[in-house]
Design a protein around this ligand. Structure first.
Ligand code: HEM
Length: 401
């Protein structure tokens, strides 16, 4: 049965939950006729696809646009065996000890943001906290000067827009910005390569790890390092930004849950997981089939783009009871089944870091504030890849001590 589903419409983007519920119930596979890509909505169908890496490839990239032959495959767009080799080279940068060591700088940065917000009283929570914190973390990870934040922020928006853009090529402004990002990273990477070649010590940041890393005894190509660095700007920063925004947006929508959390701070982690489940920051990412196949009512030729709609799988009533409800006391075992970080081979390597950032934000917020009220309407993220607030004007209510 075919049901109308316009991924790019404002109606859908403003309220994806109810449309996903309809698709889950009536049309678990859908073809976007204009763009030619297919969407998979059910949790079990998504799981079957992510588990089958023989049939489903990531080589054409995670978005709707087909990566061209100049594209450098990195992790999220690399199939085995290259994927495994790259992951081995990058894994040391994400080891639990290094992530845990980031808690202190993250807490300090968060405290500074919140103290400034305390003085402002009314502000855009995205601008003051949710935007800068994840970018600060990425700058630390990649050894970039945080003063470059405003410029990097602008690029992230454009890159975030390109993953699920209309049309299957990257052009105009997007291509121009991609070139600028590459131009920004190139001298940084080359300087580290020169240091490495001169036998000098490199740091523990991700670019240094990749410069030091070897795959089959060879240096990782510079183009792959550049591609990975630009991918992290969107994958690591914008996603976490949106999650922080969604947490506060959902709490203002559901004051009973906020009261519950304040009375039971041990619910902080489940509240973060429920935020991630209820409002997945990434609607979906793509696979490409190697062999012709049937997808529900559709026949797919090889190399078709298939969107795995994580956000929809998270609302599947077969897995989550009363899925549209926002309930921070859900059974933790079931809650863990959400697909927000993907699953299987390409599961998000940065999820412990994202969770750490949001946890610190919630803990520091609870220390200072009793709550918040809306100071204007929430503006949703204007690019369809990401789902969550872009602007979140709030009036903060300090704790009375
Ligand atoms: C709430 C925040 C985040 C969300 C929702 C998110 C979501 C995802 C998803 C859905 C995937 C799976 C891609 C696929 O299967 O096609 C993924 C992969 C990935 N993420 Fe995240 N991510 C987040 C934060 C981060 C952070 C903070 C970093 C790093 C600093 C990061 C780095 C990566 C990398 C490198 C991959 C590729 C892993 C692979 O292919 O092996 N992510 N992410």
């Amino acid at each position: 049965m075919s049901v109308e589903f316009d991924f790019y419409s404002d109606d859908f983007q403003n309220d994806p939950g109810s449309k996903y519920a309809e698709m889950l119930d009536r049309c678990p596979f859908h073809k976007n006729e204009e763009q030619g890509w297919y969407a998979v909505f059910r949790h079990s169908d998504i799981m079957n696809i992510v588990r089958d890496n023989e049939q489903f490839s990531v080589r054409t990239g995670p978005g709707t646009n087909y990566a061209d032959e100049n594209h450098a495959p990195v992790l999220v767009s690399a199939d085995p065996p290259l994927h495994g080799k790259q992951k081995k080279a990058i894994a040391p940068a994400f080891n639990p000890k290094l992530i845990a060591a980031m808690e202190e700088p993250i807490r300090k940065f968060t405290a500074e943001c919140l103290d400034r917000m305390m003085e402002l009283k009314t502000c855009d929570l995205m601008e003051e906290l949710a935007d800068p914190l994840p970018m600060f973390v990425i700058c630390e990870l990649l050894d970039l000067p945080f003063e470059d934040f405003p410029m990097l922020r602008g690029w992230v928006d454009v890159m975030a827009g390109s993953t699920l853009q209309r049309g299957d090529t990257m052009e105009g402004d997007r291509l121009d910005k991609l070139m600028k990002i590459m131009g920004y990273f190139q001298p940084l990477v080359e300087a580290k390569i020169a240091k490495d070649e001169a036998g000098e010590e490199l740091g523990e940041d991700i670019i240094s790890m990749l410069v030091k890393g070897r795959i089959d005894g060879e240096r990782i190509p510079t183009s792959h390092i550049l591609s990975f660095a630009q991918f992290l700007l969107v994958a690591g920063a914008a996603t976490t930004t949106v999650t922080i925004g969604s947490f506060f947006h959902l709490m203002m929508e559901h004051p009973d849950q906020w009261e519950k959390l304040k009375a039971n701070p041990e619910l902080t982690l489940p509240a973060i997981e429920e935020t991630l489940r209820h409002d997945s920051p990434v609607h979906g990412l793509f696979r490409t089939n190697n062999e012709a196949m049937e997808l529900g009512q559709y026949h797919l030729e090889p190399d078709t783009k298939i969107g795995l709609m994580w956000a929809s799988g998270n609302l599947d009533p077969e897995v989550f009871e009363d899925p549209l409800a926002f309930d921070i006391t859900r059974d933790p075992k079931t809650l863990r089944k959400h697909l927000t970080f993907g699953h299987g081979l390409h599961v998000c390597i940065g999820s412990p870091l994202a969770r750490l950032e949001v946890r610190v934000v919630v803990e520091e917020f609870l220390k200072r504030f009793d709550g918040m009220e809306r100071a204007g309407p929430m503006v949703p993220y204007p690019y369809p890849t990401l789902h969550g607030p872009y602007k979140l004007p709030v009036k903060l209510i300090p704790k009375v001590i």
